[in-house]
Unconditional design. Structure first.
Length: 102
């Protein structure tokens, strides 16, 4: 067992706990993100609205992934399907698979 495999095995219980918490409290987390974004936008007088919205959206997407809202193989889950990202930038994320044998 390689170092990364050992590391992943030790983190599996924590990952499941975080996933459960994200599922259980997802609405509260998203509400908090929205409130924080609104407050920062007001404090900066709208100067960084676009960046704040982008960051909030990415944080919500990450939370959704933690909560497993995007099931493997669904259109929104590019990391598991090996498709291009949502921005359509042409970058491909390979699916989790062992490297090909030489």
């Amino acid at each position: 067992m390689g170092l990364m495999d050992s590391f992943k095995a030790k983190l599996a219980p924590a990952k499941e706990k975080v996933s459960g918490l994200a599922q259980q409290h997802g609405g509260k987390i998203e509400n908090g993100l929205d409130k924080a974004a609104k407050m920062v936008d007001e404090k900066t007088k709208g100067k960084y609205s676009g960046k704040i919205q982008t960051g909030t959206g990415k944080a919500k997407d990450a939370m959704d992934r933690l909560a497993h809202k995007d099931e493997p193989g669904s259109p929104g889950n590019s990391a598991s399907t090996g498709t291009t990202g949502p921005e359509g930038g042409g970058t491909t994320t390979p699916p989790d698979a062992p490297p090909p044998a030489s």
